[in-house]
Design a protein around this ligand. Structure first.
Ligand code: NAD
Length: 354
C-alpha cells in the first residue's frame, strides 16, 4: 500500500520480494529526487542490519537484484558473527558524486524511520559518515556515526583484526602452526582494511607483496612495511603462502584461480567467489579458502555495538574471536565431508538460522 509521510512528499510502498525474502520496500520523493529500496531478507535473529549503497543503477531491476543479493548476504554475515541481527540492505539509485544532497539523505532517513526499527542502516559504497549524520536527523535506526553515544566510527580496523585472526586460524588448520614469521602474503588492495591488515602482518613477521591501483598507497607500504610492490595484474601469480583479496568483489574467477600459487586464500573483500563453481575450483587446486563473510565479519560486529547500544569491549572481542572459531568449525566439517568450505559454511549458517 502507498503511504505518504508527513514531512516529505515521500511515497513508500511494499513491492513483492523474491522468494525467501521477508520484505522489499520502495521509496520515492519528488522534492529531493530520492529513489531508494530496502530489502529485508530475514528478521529471524533480530532487526535487519546492513549498509546503504548509492549507485547509478541503469534500471530499477538492477537495483532490486543488487539490494536483495546484498541483503541475503547480511543475514549470513550477521549469523556467522553470532549477532542478534537479521539481514537487510538498502540502495539509493543515483550518482553519489552529482545527485547526493543533505536533503536527499534526510528523505532517506524519513524512509528508514517509517520502517520502525525493522531495518538499521549504515555506510556502504557511495555513502559516507557525513551522510549518516544527515540520515540520523530523521531516524534513530542508523549506525556508523562518528559522534554521539555508542558511535562506532570507521569499522575497517576491526574488520582487519578479524581477517588477521582468521588468517592465523587458516594457517594453523593447514600447517599446524599459526606462526607468521617469514610467511609470504600477497595483499590485493591497500585501502582501509588492506593497509591495516598489512600493518598487523608486518608486526607478526610476515613478508608482504602488495598491489593497488593507487600508486601512493603501495609506496607507503613499501616505505613503512618493507613490502614488495607488484602490478595489480601480477598479484595473483606471486609465489606466496597466502593470497588476501582486499579490493573489490569477484576477484576469484576461474582464470584467476588458475594463476594462483598460494595455498590459502583469506581476505576482506565481499563476494570474493565470482560464482559458486569457483569455490569448488579452489578446492580442486588444493587451495584452502576461508569463506569471506565469516572472515570479514569484524566490521558488522563493530556496527552492531552501536545498534545494540553495547559499550562493553569484551562483547566485540568475543564476537571477533568467534569468527575464527566458526571458521575452524567449517574447516573441520569440510575435512570430514570432502566438500568445499564455502558450501559447508552456508549450511552451518543455515542451521543457525533455524
Ligand atoms: P577501500 O575502498 O578503502 O579499499 C579498496 C582498495 O582497493 C583501494 O585502495 C583501491 O584503490 C584498491 N583497488 C581497487 N581495485 C583494485 C585492483 N584491481 N587491484 C588492486 N587494488 C585495487 O575499501 P575497504 O573498506 O578497505 O574494503 C575492502 C574490501 O573489503 C571491499 O570489498 C569491502 O566491501 C570489504 N569489506 C570492508 C569492510 C570494512 O570494514 N571496511 C567490512 C567488510 C567487508
Amino acid at each position: 500500500m502507498n503511504q505518504i509521510t508527513a514531512d516529505h512528499s515521500l511515497i513508500i510502498r511494499d513491492l513483492k520480494p523474491s522468494e525467501g525474502y521477508e520484505r522489499l520496500i520502495e521509496a520515492q520523493d519528488a522534492q529531493t529526487g530520492l529513489h531508494a529500496l530496502v530489502s529485508i531478507h530475514s528478521l529471524r535473529r533480530g532487526p535487519a542490519a546492513g549498509g546503504c549503497r548509492m549507485f547509478n543503477y541503469a534500471k530499477a531491476e538492477d537495483a532490486i537484484y543488487d539490494v536483495e543479493r546484498l541483503s541475503r548476504g547480511m543475514t549470513y554475515k550477521n549469523a556467522a558473527a553470532e549477532l542478534p541481527l537479521g539481514g537487510g540492505k538498502s540502495v539509493i539509485i543515483g550518482d553519489p558524486k552529482t545527485q547526493k544532497t543533505p536533503a536527499l539523505m534526510r528523505a532517506f532517513g524519513a524512509f528508514i524511520e517509517h520502517l520502525a526499527g525493522d531495518y538499521y542502516t549504515a555506510e556502504d559504497v557511495g555513502v559516507s559518515p557525513q551522510d549518516m549524520a544527515h540520515i540520523a536527523e530523521k531516524t534513530a535506526y542508523v549506525a556508523g556515526l562518528e559522534g554521539g553515544e555508542f558511535a562506532s566510527g570507521d569499522p575497517s580496523p576491526v574488520t582487519a583484526r578479524g581477517v588477521f585472526l582468521c588468517l592465523r586460524q587458516t594457517l594453523k588448520h593447514g600447517l599446524g602452526s599459526d606462526d607468521l614469521t617469514d610467511k609470504k602474503v600477497a595483499i590485493q588492495g591497500l585501502g582501509h582494511v588492506g593497509m591495516s591488515l598489512a600493518e598487523m602482518l608486518h608486526r607478526a613477521g610476515a613478508k608482504l607483496i602488495v598491489s593497488d591501483i593507487n600508486a601512493e598507497t603501495v609506496r607507503t607500504a613499501e616505505a613503512r612495511l618493507g613490502a614488495s610492490v607488484t602490478a595489480p595484474d601480477a598479484i595473483l601469480h606471486q609465489d606466496v603462502d597466502i593470497f588476501a583479496p582486499c579490493a573489490m568483489g569477484g576477484a576469484l574467477t576461474a582464470d584467476a584461480i588458475a594463476l594462483l600459487k598460494a595455498r590459502f586464500v583469506v581476505g576482506a573483500a565481499n563476494n570474493q567467489l565470482a560464482d559458486d563453481s569457483c569455490g569448488q575450483r579452489l578446492q580442486d587446486a588444493g587451495i584452502l579458502y576461508a569463506p569471506d563473510y565469516i572472515v570479514n565479519g569484524g566490521g558488522i560486529v563493530n556496527v552492531a555495538m552501536e545498534i545494540l547500544k553495547i559499550d562493553d569491549p569484551s562483547y566485540r572481542e568475543s564476537r571477533i574471536a568467534g569468527l575464527a572459531t566458526t571458521l575452524e568449525q567449517v574447516f573441520q566439517r569440510a575435512d570430514e565431508t570432502g566438500e568445499p568450505p564455502h558450501l559447508v559454511a552456508n549450511r552451518l549458517i543455515e542451521r543457525r538460522l533455524q
